[in-house]
Design a protein. Structure first.
Ligand SMILES: Cc1ncc(COP(=O)(O)O)c(C=O)c1O
Length: 330
């Protein structure tokens, strides 16, 4: 009997493979070898302005279709990139979509919310809730839809189920083909699903450094658990080693701007013409810079920074003043 490769069961939503580009000027600034620092452009996945969630949604939407779902349901924080992209995927596939957002509806939409308005999913404002409060609100919305006679497919925050994480097993394979000698991939950890998929795909936790952005309280448990489950689902061996997560970069909390993220945005923009965001990719780059400065990343370590997207949040009104501050005050 022929077995089906679990990674082949996906709907095409993303522009793949994403480019892998050298960052020579940033490498020089950080005292790294000329060809040691690269950026994997998952901000260029295409779906409704791109980002890492397109890869996860390819697998999640395939499962939704197999289950005969008519509605995608998910949730996140007010500036969630995942809900924006889930709404786009639903529209593309002719499904309905319900998104649950933490907080209260602002009087004027900005950032991701402008795109959410345009994509027009059903939006449920759930009030101030923590991570697992939003997960519970997603369950609640799903049950309500069932009562209304719909066939919902519920996705956790960030699409962080093992099925969603298969998207990053595939990304790890893609990266290996582009650069067989990668020592370390640095990524933002929100729900931890991207990190888990990468660790499963690379087969070794030591090859991934996740930078906690302050969204999920139990990443240290979730990342290794999800990596193991994802590897099993992909038919791979459990990744070796211990998950590496930097918990020192999120400052006052999720979505709260930090000085070292501001410096990271500045260096990426001025040296590489690369735009990062304050919530995810800026904090991840700040984690990479810190690891280089304290020697965890060496001069010749082959590092790939995973640019996970998030650009729309840069246009959120809450960051308008912060972006005018320049690192070092100049
Ligand atoms: C732009 C961006 N980068 C990184 C992440 C983190 O990915 P994950 O939730 O898989 O940890 C997210 C979502 O949470 C995101 O929207």
């Amino acid at each position: 009997m022929r077995t089906v490769d679990p990674l082949s069961r996906r709907v095409a939503l993303a522009h793949l493979p994403t480019p892998l580009e050298p960052m020579r000027r940033l490498a020089a600034h950080l005292g790294m070898a000329d060809d040691a620092l690269w950026v994997k452009r998952d901000d260029c996945t295409g779906l409704a302005a791109g980002g890492n969630k397109a890869r996860k949604l390819e697998y999640l939407c395939e499962e939704a279709t197999v289950h005969g779902a008519d509605t995608l349901v998910t949730g996140g924080g007010r500036q969630s990139n995942h809900v924006r992209m889930a709404a786009a995927a639903a529209n593309k596939l002719g499904l309905r979509c319900t998104i649950v957002l933490g907080g209260a509806e602002p009087s004027v939409p900005s950032g991701n919310l402008v795109l959410d308005e345009l994509l027009a999913p059903e939006m449920v404002w759930a009030g101030t809730l923590d991570y697992y409060g939003i997960e519970a609100a997603i369950d609640h919305a799903t049950r309500r839809l069932i009562d209304e006679g719909r066939r919902p497919y519920a996705m956790p925050i960030g699409g962080a189920s093992p099925v969603g994480a298969l998207g990053y097993v595939r990304a790890a394979q893609e990266l290996r083909e582009q650069h067989p000698d990668v020592d370390l991939v640095v990524t933002a950890d929100g729900s931890g699903g991207t990190h888990a998929g990468l660790a499963a795909g690379l087969g070794n936790h030591g090859r991934v450094l996740g930078v906690d952005v302050g969204a999920r309280p139990d990443l240290d448990v979730q990342v290794p658990e999800k990596a193991t489950e994802t590897a099993r689902l992909a038919g791979l061996a459990e990744p070796t080693g211990t998950a590496q997560i930097d918990h020192d970069r999120f400052g006052a909390g999720y979505g709260e701007p930090t000085d070292d993220a501001r410096e990271a945005l500045d260096l990426a923009a001025r040296l590489e013409g690369l735009i990062l965001d304050p919530v995810y990719s800026g904090k991840a780059m700040a984690g990479l810079i810190a690891a280089r400065r304290d020697g965890r990343i060496e001069r010749d370590t082959n590092v790939v920074f995973l640019h996970t997207g998030g650009l729309p949040a840069l246009f959120a009104s809450s960051f308008a003043e912060w972006i005018k501050t320049r690192p070092g005050g100049n």
